[in-house]
Design a protein around this ligand. Structure first.
Ligand SMILES: Nc1nc2c(ncn2[C@@H]2O[C@H](COP(=O)(O)OP(=O)(O)OP(=O)(O)O)[C@@H](O)[C@H]2O)c(=O)[nH]1
Ligand SMILES: [Mg+2]
Length: 356
């Protein structure tokens, strides 16, 4: 403890002296007023005495030293500098110009992922800044650009000699069985091919019944298989058929055990052409998971169902920009056999940028 006595002409000045010398943490121990000078008290001046102390065991910072403020200022300056650099980075990554951002909005309003929308805009073959975002010219420019991602389209091709075996797989409820019924009707009834149906979906009790109902109506034979080796036997016994369509149970992309089992079934014979069935209504992130997870089955082609239930085909566009998928059919309703067609990009075009 350091103790000092200060005198001044007023209490205020004495305390100011004490704080100046001992720091802001100084404590006043004692104050006293007394008269100084004069003769027997006449003409004397009143003075104030302050006894102050400071605890020297605690590091005190004398107020005249400006370091804390300097340090604080330095910290604020460096914070500001890092914020400035962060802002510059964000701005540099942001699309420049209002045309760019409104075109980006147009694509994103149609469920096109921001990264893919950026890519579409960057790939545009000409300057679009003079177009109004609502102009038919700009829309056509974007649609033509998006159409470039629809590279490969091919449906089921039945060879002149021999046969075609096609298996359909994918998540639950996307429309696999209904799609098979539509295709069976097209190939057996419209085109007159010899067809057989096989269902490996013995998971749900009603699944077999569902396909059997269609096969009965169309007069097409149906076989039920419970295991991979049974599938092999049924394929061997149907050598006379020109087209065999295989239905499988819907599977979750997050169930690895089921996916392994499905992969084994589909790879029982290399000639099986494998179609991944996906609903166009699936959220892009879920569709990404589905494509990634079901890639273990090595799909040859993709079918998009339920086009009629979605406002746009953003999910399809996003997927095609990420993966070199071969497309085949789209389905656009529940009616068997009518609501199916080979992918025709010109017919899908109205769905690409439907929303402003
Ligand atoms: N709106 C619409 N509904 C469809 C379409 N395709 C199938 N559906 C309906 O979707 C529902 C499920 O169809 P399923 O064919 O049973 O689907 P799945 O993939 O075989 O289902 P699981 O075998 O249970 O995995 C049924 O109500 C169908 O009528 C389509 O293109 N549009
Ligand atoms: Mg089914």
């Amino acid at each position: 403890m350091k103790v000092r006595v200060f005198t001044a002409d007023s209490m205020q000045n004495a305390i100011a002296q004490a704080k100046g010398a001992l720091g802001r943490d100084a404590i006043i121990l004692h104050t006293r007023k007394f008269r100084k000078g004069g003769l027997w008290g006449f003409f004397s001046k009143e003075e104030v005495e302050v006894t102050a102390a400071v605890d020297t065991s605690i590091a005190t910072i004398p107020p005249q030293k400006a370091e804390p403020y300097v340090e604080e200022e330095v910290a604020v300056q460096s914070e500001l500098a890092s914020m400035r650099s962060l802002l510059e980075k964000v701005i540099s990554k942001m699309p420049q110009g209002s045309e760019h951002s409104s075109v980006l909005d147009l694509l994103m309003n149609n469920d096109i992922d921001i990264k893919i929308a950026e890519q579409i805009i960057n790939d545009l073959p000409m300057d679009y800044s003079h177009f109004d975002v609502e102009s038919p010219e700009l829309r056509q420019l974007l649609i033509t650009q998006i159409q470039t991602c629809f590279k490969s389209v091919e449906g089921i091709k039945i060879p002149e000699q021999g046969r075609k075996i096609v298996a359909f797989f994918g998540p639950t409820g996307v429309g696999k069985t209904t799609t098979i019924a539509k295709l069976a009707a097209k190939f057996a009834i419209q085109d007159g091919y010899q067809i057989a149906l096989i269902t490996a979906d013995t998971y749900r009790i009603s699944a077999v019944e569902q396909l059997k109902t269609y096969s009965d109506i169309m007069g097409i034979p149906i076989h039920v298989v419970y295991a991979a080796d049974e599938l092999k036997a049924v394929l061997d016994s149907n050598q006379d058929k020109q087209l065999i369509l295989i239905d499988t149970a819907g599977r979750s992309p997050h169930n690895d055990e089921q996916l392994d089992e499905l992969t084994k079934l589909l790879h029982i014979d290399d000639v099986i052409e494998k179609y991944l069935v996906l609903s166009a209504t699936t959220k892009y992130k879920d569709a990404l998971d589905i494509v990634k997870k079901f890639s273990i089955c090595i799909p040859h082609k993709v079918i998009f169902t339920k086009i009629d239930e979605t406002r746009n085909i953003g999910t399809i566009v996003n997927l095609l920009y990420q993966f070199p998928l071969s497309l085949s059919y789209v389905t656009n309703g529940q009616n068997v056999p009518d609501d199916i067609e080979l992918v025709d990009i010109n017919r899908l075009t109205p769905l690409i940028l439907r929303d402003l």
